[in-house]
Design a binder for this molecule. Structure first.
Ligand code: PLP
Length: 224
């Protein structure tokens, strides 16, 4: 994935984008008979350099997600980093589990046996994670297969709060609705409350299908 960093973020612009995204979240929740307060907007910040994070804080964004362990540590511990609650949303390498747990209130992407082993070593009673599920069965994508999920959850040494998924990149958000519905079904089967699903391209559909956390990047930073 190209990592083109964003520069010159205007807090007023980010706020306008965030207000629009939040409005769409609220509308999607109400349309589905859900309380909008049950959905958290997480700002994905992998393209936002440290120096630009202040614009997000000024825009009122409070929950942010980083993809790389080193970037998570650098940003969370920098001056102003404590303005945010940090989540880890990237692919979780087992040798980075300890570093990630030091800074992330929630890890969205537990998907390997080696990560489970490291969670057993470095996790504690307060550690909560989401298991990433490969609902679309994409060969190249990380995530636990739906039919392996029960066993994976049973083997997880820390609290599993819910599930997450990263469905295919698509042109029509409706194309991902079946995957979001499938993830909700799996969470229901396993009695899990948190559902991390939906990005800029499809967060409204994800909310209609039960998302409790939407991970939005590009839509928050786009210029007018
Ligand atoms: C970047 C990222 C997002 C946000 O994607 P956008 O298209 O920028 O909204 C969500 N989830 C994960 C895991 C990401 O890496």
């Amino acid at each position: 994935m190209a990592r083109r960093l964003i520069t010159g973020l205007d807090p007023a612009r980010v706020r306008a984008n965030a207000d629009r995204v939040q409005g769409e979240i609220d509308a999607a929740a109400r349309a589905a008979g859900r309380d909008p307060a049950g959905v958290t907007l997480l700002a994905a910040v992998k393209y936002v350099p440290l120096e630009e994070l202040g614009a997000l804080a000024e825009a009122g964004l409070t929950v942010v997600g980083e993809n790389r362990a080193q970037d998570l540590e650098a940003k969370a511990t920098a001056p102003g980093g404590d303005a945010f609650v940090w989540h880890f949303i990237g692919q979780l390498q087992s040798r980075k589990v300890a570093q990630v747990l030091r800074h992330a209130a929630l890890v969205h992407s537990v998907a390997s046996d080696s990560a489970l082993e490291q969670l057993g070593r470095h996790g504690g009673p307060e550690t909560r994670v989401l298991v990433q599920v490969n609902v679309a069965g994409e060969a190249e994508k990380a995530g636990v297969a739906p039919d392996a999920l029960a066993d994976f959850i049973a083997r997880c040494p820390v609290e599993v709060a819910g599930l997450s998924t990263m469905p295919p990149a698509i042109d029509d958000p409706e194309a991902n609705r079946p995957y979001f519905a499938a993830l909700r079904g799996l969470a229901g089967e396993h009695g899990l409350a948190q559902l991390s699903m939906g990005t800029s391209q499809d967060f409204a559909v994800a909310v209609q299908e039960g998302a409790t956390l939407v991970r939005v990047g590009a839509a928050l930073y786009e210029p007018a």
